[in-house]
Write a protein that binds this ligand. Structure first.
Ligand code: ZN
Length: 350
């Protein structure tokens, strides 16, 4: 492992912004900024229950996951055509490139759209075209993760999978998101078993608001390769050991945790504890338009609040590459670039 040189505290925020990183937990529908929601509403003739951009922004005062999800689904209602999905993803990629994201794995929620009569082809083609362009025009390597909404039925998840199979070459993994409490991973055991047979990667949200038991069943019943969030693992010593031993990555989202009151005070966030316990934690933005920041905001704010250091920064970026579903050659190239950024930082020259 690279020996991280000492970095003066005042240079840390710039290092966090400059270092190359992968984003592994970003719901593309959660990157819809109020301005784009209004622009798309106008383009598509959709009436919104908010008078203007400012009143929509004011409605972003969530208190928990459910109150957030209610607004999130209202925002997604403006997405109707392939170009809308492209424009949404492209806006995210431009911000990701500015934050030195070199690789992104985007979650998308087809059921949010197919339930409104938008076809799977419209959703997947728009997002996939943006992924291709992100690689070619912005240097952001990108792929898609199809998520099942866990508050809907197993039957609906199976139907969604069926609809997505003609586009099997355009997504690399499936995930599980939306309201966690009351919807344990085992509800989707058979769908995930089928996806595993199809050769898809598997991830799931677990242990955000839900108990450590949900993380156990995501691992043992769903057989996931990464846990999205997972911050509740600290309440279960045996689970912490398992996650560390098997190098199961956690895609942690500090500003989301703060905004949804999982850690109302960012200073209490357990990111440092997870890293010190040897877990492969990463930092991500979750739903950046709604939670007050993109990936670099997540890094700089959680570091400022909790006093993490350059050593942690290196580990987090390194973990993000290792935990990604990218190929080994790409991982080595990004890790090399990461090392160079740290060396340049010590020489006071980015
Ligand atoms: Zn999420």
């Amino acid at each position: 492992m690279f020996k991280v040189p000492p970095v003066p505290a005042q240079r840390l925020p710039e290092l966090l912004r400059q270092m190359p990183k992968a984003e592994l937990h970003i719901h593309i529908e959660g990157s819809l900024e109020p301005e784009l929601i209004f622009a798309l509403a106008q383009r598509n003739g959709v009436a919104l229950p908010y008078a203007d951009v400012e009143s929509l922004r004011r409605a972003y005062a969530f208190t928990n996951l459910q109150s957030f999800l209610d607004i999130y689904y209202a925002g997604a209602s403006v997405l109707l055509h392939e170009q809308d999905f492209y424009d949404m993803a492209w806006a995210y990629f431009e911000r990701a490139a500015a934050d030195n994201v070199v690789h992104a794995e985007l979650f998308f929620d087809p059921q949010t759209h197919t339930e409104r009569g938008v076809t799977m082809a419209t959703v997947v083609h728009g997002l996939h075209r943006a992924c291709v362009d992100a690689g070619q025009k912005l240097g952001v390597n990108a792929s898609l993760i199809l998520c099942f909404l866990r508050h809907l039925s197993e039957e609906s998840a199976f139907e969604t999978l069926e609809q997505a199979l003609p586009f099997r070459d355009k997504f690399i993994s499936v995930g599980l998101d939306s309201s966690e409490l009351g919807h344990p991973p085992e509800k989707f055991a058979r769908v995930f078993a089928r996806c595993k047979e199809l050769g898809l990667h598997l991830v799931a949200h677990a242990g955000e608001e839900g108990p450590p038991a949900y993380i156990w069943s995501a691992l043992d019943v769903l057989k996931v390769e990464r846990i999205d969030h997972g911050v509740q693992a600290v309440h279960d010593a045996a689970l912490m050991q398992r996650l560390a031993q098997d190098r199961i990555a956690l895609t942690v989202c500090p500003l989301s945790n703060q905004k949804l009151c999982v850690f109302p005070d960012l200073a209490d966030h357990n990111l440092g504890k997870l890293l010190e316990a040897g877990l492969a934690a990463t930092v991500n933005s979750d739903d950046p338009a709604y939670f007050g920041g993109y990936i670099n905001d997540n890094f700089t704010q959680v570091f400022a609040a909790t006093g993490l250091t350059a050593r942690h920064a290196y580990q987090l970026a390194f973990n993000s590459f290792e935990a990604s579903f990218a190929g080994n050659a790409d991982k080595r190239a990004w890790e090399h670039k990461l090392k160079e950024t740290f060396e340049r930082c010590v020489e006071h020259d980015y």
